[in-house]
Ligand binder design. Structure first.
Ligand SMILES: C[S@@+](CC[C@H](N)C(=O)[O-])C[C@H]1O[C@@H](n2cnc3c(N)ncnc32)[C@H](O)[C@@H]1O
Length: 330
């Protein structure tokens, strides 16, 4: 049996992470006030809570995307090159990529994620299921730059299939998404056949969207509030879980779901060397999840340098779909 190779890239220093978080927490001047990047939702517990979210009846994206992969696997396998290096961005539990191994027959699987301990454990398990596949785990925060190791382009590595499912692209604003997709296009490398397979959540009714991010069992609330424990650990803040409530709302003007933590009373958050007062009702903005139209996202892919994408959705016509999977050749 092969063993997965792990590479940890560009880990920010603890002080750099602390400064980034303090900057966000004290950012009164920004529209919307305090912010914390959604990447801080994913400590080891956050990754497990996200797995639980994907099982919830209200959380349609995972199920809908899985159904699209199931129904259109054959058509996808005709577009996506075989024997490629499959590079899974924000791999999580690696389950979606593993589900496509049969259709795409990759020669190598590269899983990239910021949540390194979780990734290590899942990749070890996956290797036992696929003992002869070459597997590489990369610990990387790609929110600043998608710098993949040069060795991935070694001779004979085959074309590259960049895989970015789950509509994680929605965490980026449209301008940031364009910058990121250009980096993904670059990361596809020069070999013919390479490209990007991406899952994109589509604009829909606000009630369905808000329920998906505020389920009745409260798992998404726990996922959002777990960020408080992670920030306390990373910054030394003294935030109490009981003081913060989960809020999810659809901002139609921006076409995005927003997640916030809302202060339940007037309070002061303290950390070594600083503090910040929050009034009751004041928010910390923790995640955006932009919703796209098929036409809008196809245009973005073209602007980023990809070819006209192939599009599969859960409806007979793309416009009626709730979720889209797109293959864009590089
Ligand atoms: C919404 S989950 C999606 C997981 C899986 N790909 C899926 O579709 O079910 C987002 C994943 O991206 C990872 N992630 C979030 N921000 C990241 C960043 N800045 N750099 C690398 N990985 C990140 C998280 O740890 C998590 O595993």
């Amino acid at each position: 049996m092969k063993t997965p190779v792990f590479v940890q890239l560009h880990r920010d220093s603890a002080e750099h992470i602390r400064q980034e978080l303090i900057h966000g927490l004290t950012a009164d001047a920004q529209p919307g006030g305090a912010t914390v990047s959604p990447k801080f939702l994913y400590d080891a517990l956050g990754s497990r809570l996200f797995e639980a979210i994907t099982e919830l009846p209200e959380y349609y994206p995972t199920r809908t995307e899985a159904a699209i992969f199931r129904v259109h696997a054959r058509a996808m396998s005709q577009a996506v090159p075989k024997d490629a290096t499959l590079i899974d961005l924000g791999a999580g539990n690696c389950g979606k990529a593993a589900g496509l191994f049969g259709a795409f027959c990759p020669r190598r699987y590269v899983a990239v994620d910021i949540s390194v301990d979780f990734l290590r454990a899942t990749l070890d398990m996956l290797q036992r299921q696929y003992p002869s596949m070459e597997m590489v785990g990369i610990g990387l925060d790609f929110s600043q730059a998608l710098d993949l190791p040069a060795e991935l382009g070694q001779p004979g590595a085959g074309p590259r299939v960049l895989f970015y499912p789950g509509s994680s692209i929605g965490n980026f604003s449209p301008a940031q998404a364009l910058v990121f997709l250009r980096q993904v296009r670059e990361a596809c490398g020069p070999l013919a056949g390479s490209g990007l397979l991406i899952g994109v959540d589509l604009v829909k009714d606000a009630t369905e969207l808000e329920a998906a991010y505020d389920d009745t069992l409260g798992v998404t609330a726990a996922f959002n509030r777990n960020l408080i424990s992670n920030v306390n650990r990373l910054v030394g803040t003294d935030m109490r879980l009981a003081d913060w409530a989960h809020l999810a709302l659809f901002n139609r003007l921006e076409s995005r779901i927003e997640m916030h933590l809302v202060a339940q009373r007037d309070l002061t958050v303290r950390w070594p060397g600083g503090q910040r007062a929050f009034s009751r009702g004041e928010r910390i903005h923790t995640e955006n999840s932009y919703k796209w139209t098929v036409a809008g996202f196809s245009k973005l892919l073209l602007e980023a340098g990809f070819a006209e994408p192939l599009v599969w959705t859960d409806a007979p016509t793309a416009d009626a779909g709730r979720f889209a999977v797109m293959w864009a050749g590089a």
